[in-house]
Design a protein around this ligand. Structure first.
Ligand code: NAD
Length: 260
C-alpha cells in the first residue's frame, strides 16, 4: 500500500510510535524513526525494520524540544528518500502533579514536545506534500485531547491544542490531497503509562495497584488497555485511499472512555 512512499514517525524508538513505524514499513514505506534511548537498542530496531520489511530505515536523533532540529529532520528525510509522504507526530511525555506544585520547566517541556513539535514538523513537511498533491499527517493525541483528568494540566492542555492544530491544518491542505487527523488513544500499556504510575499513586495517595485498577482501567469501560498494534492499524487505515475523505477528525480508540 505504501511502496515508494516515505514516512517519518516522531518518538518511534518505543511504544506506539515504534508500532506505527513498523506497520508503515510492513506496507512498504521507507521510514525515518526518531526518539531517545539506548543507541544499540535503536540500531537493533532500525536494522530489524530494514531486514524484516525490505525497506530503508534511517534514525534521526532530533530533539522535539528544538525547532531547528525538527525542521532539519524533515528536510533530511526528504533528501534521503525524495519525500515525506506520511508524517506521524507522536513523540510525547507526561508529568503528573497538582497545578500548584507543577514544575514550570515540565509545563514548558510538555507543551514543546507534545504540541509545538507537531507545528514545526507540519510546517516543514507541508510544502513537499502540497507539491506532490498527496500526504497523510497523523497526530497522536489522546483521550486527554477531549476530556481532562486532574494533575495533568500540561498534558491535557497540549493534547487539546494538538486537536485544534489538526483541524486547522486539515482545512488549509484539504484541496491538496493531504489529510490531517488525530488519533486519540485511551490507556495503552507503554513505558509512558508505566512511568506515571508511581507519581499518580503519590498525588492521589494510593498504591500502584490501586492506580492501575481504580484510575487507569476505571476510565476505560472495556477494562482493558488498548494495544500499540490496534493504534498502528488505525494509523495505517488513515494512510489508505479508503480514508481520503477523513480529515480534521479526532478518532478515539479508547475502549469507550470518552463515551461516558
Ligand atoms: P513512550 O514513552 O513509549 O514513547 C514516547 C516516545 O517519544 C519515545 O520514543 C521517546 O524517546 C520519544 N521522545 C520523548 N521525548 C522526546 C524528545 N524530546 N525528542 C524526541 N523524541 C522524544 O510513550 P507512548 O505511550 O508510546 O506515547 C506515544 C504518544 O502516544 C505520546 O504522544 C503520548 O502522549 C500518546 N498517548 C499515549 C497513551 C498511552 O496510554 N500510552 C495514551 C494516549 C496518547
Amino acid at each position: 500500500m505504501l511502496k515508494g512512499k516515505s514516512a517519518l514517525v516522531t518518538g518511534s524508538t518505543s511504544g506506539i510510535g515504534l508500532a506505527i513505524a513498523r506497520a508503515l514499513a510492513a506496507q512498504g514505506a521507507n521510514v525515518t524513526i526518531n526518539g531517545f534511548g539506548d543507541k544499540a537498542d535503536i540500531e537493533k530496531e532500525r536494522g530489524g525494520i530494514e531486514k524484516e520489511f525490505g525497506v530503508k530505515a534511517v534514525y534521526s536523533a532530533a530533539d522535539m524540544t528544538k525547532p531547528a532540529e525538527i525542521a532539519e529532520m524533515v528536510h533530511t528525510a526528504e533528501k534521503t528518500f525524495g519525500s515525506v509522504d506520511v508524517l506521524v507526530n507522536n513523540a510525547g511525555v507526561q508529568f503528573v502533579a497538582p497545578i500548584e506544585e507543577f514544575p514550570i520547566e515540565k509545563w514548558d517541556q510538555i507543551i514543546a514536545i507534545n504540541l509545538s513539535a507537531a507545528f514545526h514538523a507540519v510546517r516543514a513537511a507541508v510544502p513537499g506534500m502540497k507539491s506532490r498533491k498527496w500526504g497523510r499527517i497523523i497526530n497522536t493525541a489522546s483521550a486527554h485531547s477531549l476530556v481532562a483528568s486532574p494533575f495533568k494540566v500540561a498534558y491535557v492542555s497540549a493534547k487539546h491544542g494538538l486537536a485544534g492544530l489538526t483541524k486547522t491544518v486539515a482545512l488549509e491542505v484539504a484541496t491538496f490531497g493531504i489529510t490531517c487527523n488525530c488519533i486519540s488513544p485511551g490507556y495503552v500499556w507503554t513505558p509512558l503509562v508505566e512511568k506515571q504510575i508511581p507519581d499518580t499513586a503519590k498525588a492521589r495517595g494510593m498504591t500502584e495497584e490501586q492506580v492501575k485498577r481504580d484510575v487507569l482501567l476505571a476510565a476505560q469501560p472495556t477494562k482493558e488497555f488498548v494495544t500499540v498494534d490496534e493504534v498502528a492499524d488505525l494509523a495505517l487505515y488513515l494512510c489508505s485511499d479508503a480514508a481520503k475523505a477523513i480529515t480534521g477528525a479526532n478518532l478515539s480508540i479508547d475502549g469507550g472512555w470518552t463515551a461516558e
